[in-house]
Ligand binder design. Structure first.
Ligand SMILES: [Zn+2]
Length: 289
């Protein structure tokens, strides 16, 4: 016990040693890289590209300082000081809390941004999101997290995209910000899936053409969006929608109990409006975590 209170200066070697002993091997190694004690090379895959994500709450300033936390991981293999060892109860709680914060972000930022995009798209009577090259064939297919066999009308895309690029990119960037913490394993996607699954997948579905185009031409990777999308699409497809349906039913039931208006859901983007209303009505405690 006395040992714990002993104050002393420690050398670099000792610090490195302590970090290695104190944390799980993966966490420790990445902490050393981030702190500059180890070379910037991923011990798992050898990549030299890392991302640091700062999550700050501007409305949560203490003595003028902002509350923030960070995550650090390898861009290539997603190893890092994330919540891979999610067995820890604190980590679990953090991951669930962050998931719920992201769901709020989806309702308050992503969906309004989508609506601005969608309104302008319809105002200008654009067609590139759904215009086909070869009629009666699928617009796009997805395999191993990649869009393949594109069958969109390139002429329509090239002509129309510049007219709405600003709104589209704003939306896709926000969608990516929503997805990044789930794709990286920091936020618990299983918590978000029952509420955010449908609006997220629907939002991506609407934009497969520009997503394909931006990725193919190197104008944007949207890697986290793609990762989360294929994970969730596979889950829905894999379970033949069996697992999604009960949660959707549950969702509707809660919506009724909360007297959310569910009018006009036949309109194309109305599931999103519905989601926004639902999320804002339901407090996180009502949801299943
Ligand atoms: Zn790596």
């Amino acid at each position: 016990m006395a040992e714990r209170n002993k104050v002393g200066y420690i050398g670099r070697e000792e610090l490195v040693d302590r970090i290695r002993k104190q944390f799980s091997p993966e966490y420790g190694e990445f902490l050393l890289i981030q702190a500059g004690y180890s070379p910037k090379v991923c011990p798992k895959c050898g990549s030299t590209s890392f991302t640091t994500l700062w999550l700050a709450k501007p409305n949560d300033a203490i003595d003028g300082k902002m509350w923030a936390k960070w995550y650090f991981w390898c861009d290539k293999c997603f190893a890092g000081n994330l919540s891979k060892n999610i067995a820890d109860a604190n980590v679990k709680r953090e991951a669930a809390k962050l998931a719920s914060e992201q769901c709020r972000y989806l309702a308050e930022e992503v969906i309004p941004s989508f609506q601005r995009f969608s309104e302008k798209y319809h105002q200008l009577k654009l067609t590139f999101l759904t215009a086909l090259q070869i009629p009666n064939n699928p617009l796009m297919q997805i395999k191993d997290g990649e869009f393949i066999n594109p069958n969109f009308n390139r002429e329509a895309l090239e002509k129309e995209l510049p007219l709405i690029a600003k709104e589209l990119l704003e939306y896709l960037n926000k969608l990516e910000y929503f997805a990044i913490v789930f794709a990286a394993g920091v936020a618990d996607e299983r918590v978000a899936f029952p509420v955010a699954g449908a609006p997220f997948m629907g939002g991506v579905n609407m934009c497969v053409v520009p997503l394909y185009h931006l990725r193919a031409t190197g104008q944007g990777r949207f890697q986290s969006t793609m990762t989360l999308y294929s994970m969730w699409i596979n889950r829905v497809a894999g379970a033949a929608a069996a697992s999604l349906l009960p949660s959707m039913r549950e969702w509707m039931k809660k919506a009724e109990t909360n007297r959310v208006e569910l009018i006009g859901i036949s309109k194309p983007s109305n599931w999103q409006t519905m989601y926004s209303k639902l999320w804002l009505k339901l407090k996180p405690k009502d949801l299943a975590w």
